[in-house]
Design a protein around this ligand. Structure first.
Ligand code: GDD
Ligand code: MG
Length: 198
């Protein structure tokens, strides 16, 4: 607990699919002056994301789906290429990401490795995201994937050469922060080889 923060009031502004609150609080600045502030916070729970990579074929598994908030903000088709991800429910992050991987991509994976956690939009969204990587092989593909039919997910599964995925960051075809973080993690830690450009 932070002794410089004293919450005065919490008001629920919206409680539909997720929850938007307005928090009024007193904040003691470094110079000792106490200021009253208000901040809105959107709580949609926490999430997990995973990069599936195959060191033999030098490929990664990504997904493509429609994301309305991006459609509202400059993404002409609303389609977004992302690493497989999902919101946590009662399960822990590792169990959640294994289940989500099977639902969305059709790969049934046993071994995952957690690499870091990050707040993705700390000024407005409460969510912390758990980042994973895992190796996949063609034999792990047990179904088509595509996401939950009940949840109208319509997720397309893409298998992309790693070098091309990195190129897609540079040319703007990949514009999702969690996906960029994981692809750059893979590059930094040499999970896959990137051919040296001629
Ligand atoms: N009806 C309705 N459904 C919603 C709404 N918001 C989300 N959903 C549905 O709730 C489900 C959530 O699917 P998940 O796969 O669990 O989550 P995600 O949306 O892929 O979230 C992942 O990506 C986010 C964006 O990068 C991350 O923020 C999140 O942590 C996670 O990694 C999806 O079927 C989505 O359509 C809503 O307002 N109304
Ligand atoms: Mg998802």
């Amino acid at each position: 607990m932070n002794p410089n923060v004293h919450v005065i009031a919490e008001e629920v502004l919206s409680d539909n699919w997720y929850t938007l609150k307005k928090i009024t609080f007193d904040y003691r600045r470094a110079d000792g002056v106490v200021e009253r502030q208000a901040r809105e916070a959107y709580d949609r729970g926490n999430g997990a994301v995973i990069l599936l990579y195959n060191p033999t074929t030098q490929r990664v598994i990504l997904t493509r789906q429609f994301r309305m908030p991006t459609y509202l903000n400059g993404n002409a088709t609303g389609m977004l290429i992302e690493a497989c991800a999902g919101l946590l429910d009662e399960d822990d992050a590792e169990a959640c990401i294994k289940r989500e991987t099977e639902e969305e991509t059709g790969y049934k994976i046993q071994e995952v490795r957690k690499v870091f956690e990050a707040y993705m939009s700390p000024g407005s969204v409460t969510e912390i995201l758990h980042f994973f990587v895992a190796e996949y092989t063609p034999t792990m593909k047990t179904s088509e994937g595509g996401g939950h039919h009940d949840e109208q997910e319509n997720i397309e599964v893409l298998e992309v050469p790693f070098a091309e995925a990195l190129e897609m960051i540079r040319d703007g075809r990949i514009k999702d922060a969690k996906t960029i973080l994981l692809l750059q993690y893979a590059q930094l830690h040499e999970l896959l080889k990137v051919p040296v450009a001629a």
